[in-house]
Design a protein around this ligand. Structure first.
Ligand SMILES: Nc1nc2c(ncn2[C@@H]2O[C@H](COP(=O)(O)OP(=O)(O)OP(=O)(O)O)[C@@H](O)[C@H]2O)c(=O)[nH]1
Ligand SMILES: [Mg+2]
Length: 920
């Protein structure tokens, strides 16, 4: 080695003259030093393309309004190449004056600065823990999710803008690394995997996605993507910057798949971008959304306006994201999502009486005592006199504060009414017309009313107030059922109707968008009010004290009615008994006068006291005055009921109650506790309320708002948002007598989502007589009403759920009375298998089950022949909570399927519906 080195090294000055041939050589080897060992790979950063630096948002509205002179960064406009250099120079020299990040060319070359340029304090980029972090100047406040206050004050860096996907910050490919990364302030570039070389596949995928030529379907494409130029230069009429909108065009990705990996994971849930609507699974969401300085947006969507249909979900993320990020981080992200500037309502897109709002007007509108709920970009009308507020061309949806200085004069056709009736210069809609009718206001002769904010109304030109709309409870109930607004601060005047759930309805009423409306109709005695009450009990919409008092009166009054029916039966039994005794005496003649003795002491004789009470009660019932004596009668006659109950003769009649055909089945439930119920201190239980006859509102319309609590029945197939108890439903029960001739009042329910039609399964052998004495089979009457309802133009596109009710009674009846009693069911001919191996319950279901199945198919065929659509059917026993719960949840499923029908075949999931092919 020495000789080799001697030959190549220059002659040393240290060479000794004495040892000419033998001098020693000192040498060392140099090796490339790559620094101290690090436990993990050092992330790479991609250079930023300064031509792609997006613009900053304008400062927060509040700041602009209050004239504070906080430093505000100006938007950076896209520049040509030579201009870019100039920009960099300016940035470098700007120092702390404009409080920019210190961006040098070197930084620009190495750091993936993208997204927006944010201003506040000077900040340095550095590596910390092997990862890129941002150290802010001044207070040294760490800058994790700086968007918690607002994006414009955020110092968060490193968001890939998405305009050029080659500019990405590094990221860890593992979700597990997330926490560390978040703590270190690192953000994630969409589909970038430059950190390590072991993610080649992902890198390729990423490239594919970028080029759009890969094996994966391109996820989303955007039309009309505005150039940076136009974005930064667009302003509203007040000169404020208009935040660009990004529109989604779903390309090849099927609904239900993750928009990044294109895989379906039904169980894990998805998170949705609030701008473009792309959905991401738990594996992709962080890669796709980064550190979310403006909330849940794909990185490419940062800086864009949110999709307004998602405004209601601002601040509400999926459980999947909560699981991934933890409470603290979620809190910050959601806070940023709600408060950051770009996510705020753009005032110039909100028109009131055809005039776009200014920022000041929007602020005024939002801060008035009764602001519009769920305000979205769009056109609204506003009646300044009454405070009525609605979407252009639609009926009012809310009453907001009156006399606000927004918008032009209201147009006569603002709500697209066609009734020739005017309120405050606006032609009102049908629903409002019905509301006026419910208030007893005559609308003949094209009247023009003035209605003020407190509901006072008067004729145009007249100077006296005719009344106040909101004082009439009936009006409020009709409003609730017709989705019309009414003020929530009206105190309950009570008395007129039992259902005074209206205040609650009203508050929900203002959230129409999120509400699913279920209309519940059926023939007399089909069980609609039982189902309605069951829903209130099931979903914890308690009966108020007022309601309970009313229900108590109804139950007690019914009790006296049942007793009267028994007493009436007594006369028949007594007469039968006397005839029988006389016949016996005639057969076995005894001493004269014995038959008289028998007559006086027969088993159904009352004491004179009870006799006179009996006559009194029967007289009351026959004269129709029973109602008038309640509730006062309770105190007076309660002891008589007790005495009656203890009487042997009464008990003898009671034992034969099954022979009393006028006595409703439900009477047994109350009569068994007659003494307790007749007492003054009786408190109806929930069961009593359920069983009580006739306790829905007098006008036949009752509505209740509820949401489904979680239950074990919520199958695995339900995604988290479907289980969301905040999704509210409204069940509107309408009595058939309220529908009018040819069901014309069904028009009132044009905004329902689903119609549930209830039929009593026991109707097949029952008849009613009309005033002309014509007998009609009740099942055929139910069929006729069903035909009228499903073919009603208002309900043409609605989903229908047939509730076949009173299955418990069918089980009993079908053994005694053949289904063929009804002409429509003449070919019901269940073949009962006698084969020993097929005699299992599945092959040989009970007769009632077969009958139910057959009836369901008959209705399905009928429905299909009328609408060419599919009818859903549910078997129900209205008095059983589970059964009603199942049916109502089935309604929920139907609505859900309807939403997803592009991807999910209804047949695949249908558990209770049956095709005609499965008929008996
Ligand atoms: N056994 C049994 N009885 C039921 C069932 N559903 C309802 N009923 C009873 O049937 C009767 C009529 O039910 P309602 O709920 O009042 O019927 P409706 O549709 O409101 O009819 P109207 O009373 O005419 O308004 C009541 O006595 C109920 O208790 C059921 O599934 N099984
Ligand atoms: Mg009823």
């Amino acid at each position: 080695m020495t000789s080799v080195l001697r030959s190549i090294l220059p002659v040393s000055s240290a060479k000794s003259e004495d040892h000419d041939d033998d001098y020693s050589v000192e040498y060392s080897f140099a090796m490339e030093y790559s620094g101290p060992p690090v436990s993990q790979d050092i992330p790479q950063v991609a250079p930023v393309d300064v031509r792609r630096i997006p613009t900053a948002a304008v400062a927060a509205r509040g700041v602009m309004l209050s004239n504070l002179s906080l430093p505000v960064v100006q938007p950076i406009v896209k520049k040509s190449d030579h201009q870019n250099k100039k920009v960099l120079e300016e940035l470098k020299s700007s120092g702390s004056e404009a409080a920019h990040h210190q961006v040098t060319e070197a930084h620009v070359g190495k750091i993936g600065l993208s997204g927006r340029v944010y201003s506040r304090k000077s900040g340095n980029c550095s590596y910390r823990n092997g990862k890129l972090a941002i150290e802010e100047g001044g207070d040294g406040e760490s800058n994790v999710f700086g968007g918690a206050q607002s994006s414009s004050s955020s110092g968060t860096m490193g968001f890939s803008d998405g305009h050029d996907d080659s500019n990405h910050l590094s990221e860890s490919s593992d979700v597990e690394d997330l926490d560390d990364n978040l703590k270190a302030g690192v953000s994630y570039g969409d589909c970038s995997n430059a950190t390590t070389s072991n993610s080649n596949e992902d890198v390729e995928d990423c490239a594919d996605e970028v080029s759009g030529q890969g094996h994966r379907a391109s996820v989303v494409t955007f039309r009309d993507l505005p150039s940076n130029d136009s974005m930064s230069e667009q302003t509203d009429h007040d000169g404020h910057e208009i935040i660009p909108e990004r529109r989604l065009v779903l390309d090849d990705v099927k609904k239900g798949l993750c928009n990044r990996c294109c895989k379906k994971n039904r169980f894990a849930g998805k998170e949705v971008c609030i701008v473009c609507g792309a959905k991401y699974c738990s594996k992709c969401v962080i890669k796709a959304m980064g550190s979310m300085p403006e909330g849940r947006k794909c990185i490419a969507c940062i800086g864009y306006r949110i999709d307004e249909s998602k405004r209601g979900s601002l601040g509400k993320c999926s459980r999947m994201l909560k699981r991934l990020l933890g409470d603290e981080a979620i809190k910050q992200i959601m806070s940023a999502e709600i408060s950051c500037e770009v996510n705020q309502l753009p005032p110039h897109l909100i028109f009131v009486n055809d005039k776009p709002l200014s920022i000041e007007e929007l602020v005024m509108l939002q801060s008035c005592p009764n602001p519009p709920k769920k305000l979205r970009p769009g056109k609204y009308w506003y009646d300044k006199v009454s405070g009525f507020w609605g979407k252009d061309g639609e009926q009012p949806c809310q009453i907001i504060s009156a006399q606000l200085a927004v918008g032009y004069q209201i147009r006569q056709d603002a709500s697209n009414g066609n009734t020739n009736v005017m309120i405050n210069n606006r032609e009102i809609t049908k629903a409002e017309f019905w509301m006026l009718q419910a208030a007893g206001i005559h609308c003949e002769g094209n009247p023009h009313f003035w209605v003020t904010a407190d509901g006072s109304y008067q004729h145009e030109g007249m100077n006296y107030v005719m009344g106040k709309l909101w004082e009439k409870k009936r009006v409020r109930i009709v409003c609730a059922a017709l989705s019309l607004p009414f003020p929530s601060d009206i105190t309950n005047t009570g008395g007129e109707d039992i259902d005074n759930n209206s205040n609650k309805v009203n508050s929900k009423n203002q959230e129409q968008d999120a509400k699913n409306k279920l209309l519940l109709v059926g023939c007399d005695q089909s069980g609609t009010s039982t189902i309605y009450k069951q829903a209130r009990i099931l979903y914890s919409v308690p009966f108020s004290e007022d309601e309970k008092q009313n229900i108590k009166t109804v139950i007690q009054r019914n009790l006296y009615r049942y007793i009267a029916i028994i007493l009436e039966g007594r006369e028949q039994f007594e007469e039968d008994h006397m005839i029988e005794m006389r016949r016996r005496n005639a057969d076995e003649p005894g001493p004269s006068g014995s038959s008289d003795q028998v007559d006086k002491k027969n088993a159904y004789s009352f004491s004179p006291r009870l006799e006179s009470f009996s006559s009194f009660l029967l007289q009351l019932v026959m004269s129709g005055e029973l109602e008038a004596i309640f509730p006062a009668a309770t105190r007076e006659y309660s002891p008589m009921v007790e005495e009656l109950w203890k009487d042997k003769a009464f008990q003898a009649i009671y034992k034969r109650r099954n022979e009393l055909h006028l006595l409703p089945r439900v009477a047994n439930y109350f009569l068994d506790r007659a003494v307790e119920i007749s007492r003054i201190d009786y408190e109806p239980s929930e069961m009593d309320i359920l069983y009580a006859e006739g306790i829905t509102s007098s006008n036949g319309v009752a509505s209740v708002d509820f949401s489904f609590p979680k239950s074990s029945q919520d199958g695995y197939m339900e995604s988290s948002d479907q289980n969301d108890p905040s999704i509210s439903y409204q069940l509107i029960r309408v009595h058939v007598s309220s529908l009018g001739e040819h069901c014309k009042w069904l028009e009132m329910f044009e905004d329902v989502d689903l119609v549930t039609y209830s039929v009593s399964l026991t109707d097949y052998d029952e008849y009613y007589e009309d005033i002309n004495g014509i007998r009609t089979n009740k099942m055929l009457a139910a069929k006729k009403l069903f035909e009228s309802i499903v073919t009603h133009p208002t309900l043409a596109e609605k989903h229908f759920l047939l509730i076949l009710n009173k299955f418990d009674l069918l089980e009993d009846k079908i053994e005694r009375v053949p289904l063929t009693q009804c002409d429509w069911f003449h070919d019901f001919n269940p073949v009962i298998s006698l084969h020993p191996h097929s005699a299992t319950s599945s092959n040989n279901p009970p007769l009632a089950q077969r009958a139910f199945h057959y009836i369901a198919v008959q209705f399905k065929r009928l429905f299909h022949s009328l609408t060419e659509r599919k009818l859903f059917v549910s078997r129900v026993t209205g008095l059983e909570a589970d059964s009603v719960d199942k049916a109502l949840r089935y309604s929920k499923e139907i609505l859900k399927w309807s939403e997803e029908r592009n991807t999910v075949s209804l047949n695949e999931w249908s558990t209770e519906s049956m095709e005609p092919s499965t008929s008996a």
